[in-house]
Design a protein around this ligand. Structure first.
Ligand SMILES: *[C@@H]1O[C@H](CO)[C@@H](O)[C@H](O)[C@H]1NC(C)=O
Ligand SMILES: *[C@@H]1O[C@H](CO)[C@@H](O)[C@H](O)[C@H]1NC(C)=O
Ligand SMILES: *[C@@H]1O[C@H](CO)[C@@H](O)[C@H](O)[C@H]1NC(C)=O
Length: 383
């Protein structure tokens, strides 16, 4: 068995995201990566000129050009007559096509603006420290030039992704983003385990392909020692291996978790996972032991890989995943041998242990219904 998992781990290292088409980059803006964050069919802007856009498909971005006399308007995801789109990329003269007086943004400096008098630049300047130029309101507003996300590089994500749609992130499966009409980025995380790009709603990481876009987690970054391993703090079945400069994400085979003591993938039941990870992954049972090396008495309800709130067994009991109930502490010493989640746990005083023994199973059942109801809240998400 151990040999099988070792081999499986090695094979796992070789599995990557095979992309059908070449990666599209515009400087530090990774168009291919940003496309994985939006629903298929969404069009996103380019930054070299306003004449073209990309349609994000399941096999990557497909570039298309607007007809002569038309400019791509990323806000409406359509080509509009030149002059009607607020797009300034690649223009030698940002005032081209303008009539009257107007401030326009500087595409590579969010604090800077130009003042246009008809189609001529009549002035330029920068907003004071702590302010950025907001085209929609024609003013300097409080805020930093920080609406770039993993994948968008130096480019403000809200200047290429259309406003008013929820989209995902590539550094965390739970994170969602949203750009307002005026280009302000909102970022938050689902209560559940995943933001599903194809539905634009929060859901579960068990949904097919739900987290495929995630290329890196924000937690471990640089490292120096080749081969150093680190557990993923949230996903029991994932861990990082240092490639000499950065930590690369690796996944255990289905049904196996990363064992922090053995530093390899082992069967879920025997693995000693990192304390913060979700043991509902790859399990269809109702309740799971929380990682608990003290009393082994905390557990939570699992539904489609998502865990509900944590409950605790009465004094003198530990939670037995096989029995799906709190069990007498007398059996804990045997239980910890094959149940890595409770590795190191010890029973409390045996005098306390007898007191509540009659309540055991009923208690667990009641708590289970509550937990189930509570976990319903976590389903609604970004919508
Ligand atoms: C761009 O994104 C793709 C898809 O996430 C990734 O495979 C590729 O390594 C990225 N390229 C760069 C230069 O970041
Ligand atoms: C969650 O609660 C809502 C409203 O009470 C209900 O309509 C829905 O069916 C529930 N969903 C689940 C999965 O229990
Ligand atoms: C997420 O959970 C928090 C705390 O339980 C709650 O206040 C919030 O409304 C929830 N958000 C969603 C989108 O369900």
């Amino acid at each position: 068995m151990a040999g099988y998992y070792l081999l499986a781990t090695v094979l796992c290292l070789a599995v990557g995201n095979a992309l059908a088409t070449a990666v599209v980059l515009e400087g530090t803006y990774n168009v291919t990566q940003v496309c994985t964050m939006v629903k298929a069919g969404t069009r996103i802007g380019g930054t070299q000129s306003c004449d073209y856009f990309y349609t994000c498909t399941s096999s990557g971005p497909k570039k298309a050009t607007c007809a002569t006399g038309y400019t791509y308007n990323y806000k409406t995801q359509s080509c509009v007559p030149t002059g009607q789109a607020s797009c300034y990329y690649g223009l030698a003269n940002p005032c081209a096509g303008n009539t009257g007086n107007k401030w326009v943004p500087h595409v590579s400096n969010c604090q800077a603006w130009y003042w246009c008098n008809d189609d001529k630049i009549a002035g330029n300047g920068e907003c004071a420290d702590g302010l950025k130029f907001e085209s929609a309101t024609q003013r300097c507003v409080y805020g930093r030039c920080s609406s770039n996300v993993a994948g968008s590089g130096d480019v403000s994500i809200c200047s290429v992704v259309p406003p008013n749609v929820y989209f995902g992130a590539t550094d965390s499966c739970k994170t969602w983003n949203y750009c307002s009409d005026s280009g302000v980025l909102s970022t938050s995380a689902c209560n559940s385990s995943a933001f599903i790009v194809s539905t634009g709603e929060c859901g579960y990481s068990s949904y097919p392909g739900a987290c495929d876009r995630v290329t890196s987690d924000p937690v471990p970054t640089t490292c120096t020692t080749l081969g150093t391993k680190q557990a993923d703090p949230e996903v029991c079945g994932s861990y990082y291996v240092c490639d000499g400069s950065i930590f690369q994400l690796n996944k255990c085979p289905t049904g196996a978790y990363y064992d922090v003591a053995k530093e390899t993938c082992v069967l879920r039941q025997t693995a000693v996972p990192i304390a913060t990870c979700n043991r509902c992954q790859d399990t269809y049972i109702g309740f799971a032991n929380a990682v608990d090396d003290k009393l082994c008495n905390s557990y939570y309800y699992c539904e489609h890989g998502e865990h509900g709130s944590t409950s605790t067994c009465p004094t003198g009991k530990y939670f037995n995943e096989e029995l799906q109930a709190c069990d007498d502490d007398n059996d804990l010493a045997t239980y910890v041998i094959d149940n890595g989640a409770c590795s190191g746990a010890k029973a409390t005083d045996s005098s306390e242990a007898d007191e509540d023994s009659a309540e055991t199973k009923e208690d667990t059942k009641e708590e289970s219904t509550e937990t189930k109801e509570a976990s319903n809240d976590t389903k609604s998400g970004a919508k």
